[in-house]
Design a protein around this ligand. Structure first.
Ligand code: C5P
Length: 403
């Protein structure tokens, strides 16, 4: 993670996760960032300006009407003399203030006055996160171009409470900040289509054919594309994941549904096919539950599913400018992936080894090779989020070079 002396203004909101924000200052500095901090009045119940200031090497700012701060830098300079603003923890209250354009305290005034990218790391009780008002504010902020990392699912500080609302870990927030500084709004004005997850092919009303895809990589790509400013349509098979903020999610079950949804979502500037589409479906799925018959299992006749990637990549008109496919292989990874690049007519293939020993299927990290006309690029083992950010960076460069 490299920040190359970029400036980050960290706004610490008032929540128990604020203690992790002190660690976040360190993580950002480890990457070379210069960090300034603002504490909201509520944040001061959890961490002190002295601690944040000592870590930053510069006093923490706290008060809009503090003559000393206004004399030193002033809220407008705090808002402008930075490359990125990170809000962690971003409380429900801070999000509401931002969505409503309020400016009656230092943090809100700076957030309203800035012309720099803003990254929010929400943290709150799961009920507060799920509340209609918070979800309305989230949608508004995403539409306003604000970026998000998290929240994650897990235990809350309150005993016995758990769910979606934990702040992302400091390292994750730092990685999202680094990616944002690298890519900025490079995909702004671009429409990106992403497929993700497995497909379910019905055998009868209660049974289906599926695979082990978790959708984590595809969802991370959709989130990274949205973070880079793209208008993202995520077409997802059945997954146990939350919708990435700032994307339009279309939920489908079968490969045929996925193809139809993809075609409806076109035109797009780029399409990334990360879904693990079932190759076959049952020719005649039964309308009623197939009964177990003595000694003779039901034979299933299979027919091939449409190849969504190849269908889109080979379109004569309305083909997205860049089409990216995935190749999950268990043997001769590069050879098979190169063959797939040609056979399917896409511009890039992201190849990964999914042998059981790699733990990639369902896991959080990935080791991939990016294969294009120019050759093979092997990336080091990375988190799926980091793979997503790198891929989006490459996509942005490719789209820019092509125009
Ligand atoms: O042929 P294979 O399934 O290995 O190809 C993988 C790539 O093709 C992935 O990008 C996947 O999303 C896409 N694919 C598709 N429709 C299919 C099969 C695969 O879009 N029916």
């Amino acid at each position: 993670m490299r920040f190359d002396a970029r400036r980050i203004l960290l706004i610490i909101g008032g929540g128990i996760a604020a203690y992790k924000s002190l660690d976040l200052i360190r993580r950002l500095q480890d990457g070379g960032a210069r960090v300034r901090s603002i504490l909201t009045p509520a944040a001061r119940h959890f961490v002190t300006p002295l601690a944040a200031g000592a870590l930053c090497g510069e006093r923490a700012y706290t008060d809009l009407f503090d003559a000393q701060s206004e004399f030193d830098v002033g809220h407008i300079r705090l808002a402008r003399d930075t490359d990125l603003i990170v809000v962690a923890p971003a409380t429900a209250d801070l999000m509401a203030r931002m969505a409503g354009g309020l400016a009656d305290d230092l943090a809100s005034a700076v957030l309203l006055a800035t012309d720099k990218p803003i990254l929010l790391a929400p943290a709150m009780n799961p009920h507060m996160w799920a509340a209609k008002a918070t979800q309305r504010n989230l949608a508004q902020l995403a539409a306003d171009g604000v970026h998000f990392v998290g929240p994650a699912r897990g235990a809350m500080a309150e005993r016995g409470e758990s769910g979606l609302g934990r702040m992302a870990e400091p390292l994750e927030i730092a990685a999202a900040a680094a990616a944002l500084l690298r890519v900025g709004r490079a995909l702004s004005g671009k429409r990106v289509l992403v497929t993700s997850g497995p497909t379910h092919e019905p055998i009868d009303p209660v049974r289906f054919i599926a695979n082990r895809s978790s959708g984590k990589q595809g969802h991370a790509i959709a989130a990274a594309a949205a973070a880079a400013g793209a208008d993202v349509v995520l077409i997802s098979g059945p997954v146990d994941l939350d919708d990435p903020p700032g994307t339009t999610v279309v939920k489908v079950e079968t490969a045929q549904d996925m193809l139809a949804a993809v075609e409806r979502a076109l035109p797009a500037d780029a399409a990334i096919f990360a879904a693990a589409v079932a190759d076959w479906r049952v020719e005649h799925s039964s309308g009623s539950k197939i009964k177990k018959r003595q000694g003779r299992p039901a034979a299933l006749a299979l027919v091939e599913n449409p190849d969504i990637l190849a269908t889109v990549a080979r379109r004569k008109s309305g083909r997205p400018q860049v089409v990216i496919g995935f190749a999950a292989e268990t043997e001769d990874l590069i050879g098979n992936a190169k063959a797939k690049l040609v056979a399917k007519g896409c511009d890039f293939i992201v190849a990964n080894d999914v042998s059981a020993a790699t733990g990639i299927m369902g896991g959080d990290s990935n080791t991939v090779h990016l294969i294009g006309a120019a050759g093979v690029e092997s990336w080091p083992p990375l988190s799926k989020d980091e793979v997503a950010h790198r891929l989006i960076e490459r996509l942005a460069t490719h789209l820019k070079d092509a125009t």
